[in-house]
Design a protein around this ligand. Structure first.
Ligand SMILES: Nc1ncnc2c1ncn2[C@@H]1O[C@H](COP(=O)(O)OP(=O)(O)O)[C@@H](O)[C@H]1O
Ligand SMILES: [Mg+2]
Length: 334
């Protein structure tokens, strides 16, 4: 029996705007997104820039409120939580942003940065704070701990800073961390160490992680399940193996195809560059039809009429939003 979900998101939608003057349409950053995360599970959200990943992160952590849809935490609607229960939710769901430089106050020492949430949220006394700060540094492998306590952000490398940010995020024993492109601003050589740390936190602290990235390869290495987003919608979801070894949606197939391969590096990089350049130019009307229509090599007329719903097409949990893979269609062509 699978464990009940830690967090369950249903029909989440986020519109920004509209501006008060003029008749501009609001930006639909997240269109209609549903998913679950179970305890100690790592779920990756993959998609190019502008697909709505950060907005999902902000909705999950309460930084932004949804325009529509619900978020349930331990089967309780977050929108209905009050006071203590809401505080507890905020403690249990923490975010790690992309940029550790911006996330840390340049004037605060590592010790102060890590002590603050312990005092504010857990009301620990000085001795317990000292002990827990050292423990956190040990967990994120900033050792010897004593050396790091007095350091300020400008005395740390990018990777060390992100480890401090992660230590602060886990300080209050959250159940879920939303990590929004946590390694994309770090040197390539230290990225895998930080991802390895997230994996260790999942297994040793039973932490669930929503890992947001535009890098399909790291999603495959780190996560149990992968959700692929395109222009505010989840177009495909499944185990990392399902999505990357048997991609069904034309956009996922394209992403998998674009994973750099040593022998074909030149050719594939140029395709990715082209795609990123055309991504914003190919905007279609966001509320009718498939958002991928303009870029899809196999689109049909009906794709413009109504967006295909995401549905399970390969047992037990591989879901895709594409008319090519409607269960009925699959049966017809067998
Ligand atoms: N505060 C905001 N106001 C208006 N539009 C926004 C805001 N934040 C994000 N957007 C727009 O919403 C869409 C999704 O953005 P975002 O969630 O940041 O995507 P990603 O993290 O995948 O790059 C983009 O078109 C972006 O320009
Ligand atoms: Mg983002």
């Amino acid at each position: 029996m699978p464990e009940s979900p830690l967090i369950a998101v249903e029909h989440l939608r986020k519109e920004y705007g509209p501006p008060t003057r003029g008749n501009h349409q609001p930006v639909v950053a997240v269109r209609d997104v549903s998913f679950e995360v179970r305890p100690a599970e790592i779920v990756a959200i993959v998609g190019e820039s502008g697909s709505g990943k950060t907005t999902v992160a902000k909705l999950l952590t309460g930084i932004e409120l949804p325009t529509r849809g619900t978020i349930q935490f331990h089967q309780q609607q977050v929108a209905r939580l009050r006071r203590k229960a809401l505080q507890d939710y905020r403690r249990q769901v923490q975010i790690v942003f992309q940029d550790p430089y911006a996330a840390l106050n340049p004037f605060n020492s590592v010790e102060y940065t890590l002590a603050r949430p312990l005092v504010r949220h857990l009301h620990l006394g000085p001795a317990a704070v000292r002990e827990r700060v050292r423990e956190l540094l040990h967990i994120v492998q900033l050792t010897p701990e004593e050396d790091f306590l007095p350091k300020r952000p400008d005395e740390l490398s990018g990777g060390q800073r992100q480890r401090v940010v992660i230590a602060r995020a886990i300080a209050t024993n959250p159940a879920l961390i939303v990590a929004d492109e946590p390694v994309s601003m770090l040197d390539v050589s230290i990225r895998s160490g930080v991802l390895q740390l997230l994996d260790t936190l999942r297994s040793e602290q039973r932490l669930a992680i929503v890992y947001i990235t535009h890098d399909l390869l790291s999603a495959q290495l780190l996560s149990d399940r992968v959700m692929v987003m395109y222009r505010g919608s989840v177009v495909e979801e499944g185990t990392a193996l399902d999505v990357i070894s048997h991609p069904l949606h034309p956009y996922t197939q394209h992403l998998v195809d674009a994973i750099p391969h040593p022998k074909k590096r030149h050719q594939r990089h140029s395709r990715v560059a082209l795609d990123l350049a055309t991504a914003s130019a190919s905007a279609t009307s966001l509320d009718t039809g498939c958002a991928y229509y303009a870029r899809c090599p196999v689109h049909q007329d009906r794709c413009l009429e109504a967006a295909p719903a995401i549905q399970t097409v390969r047992a037990p949990s591989h879901r895709v939003a594409c008319y090519l893979h409607e269960p009925a269609h699959d049966r017809q062509i067998q």
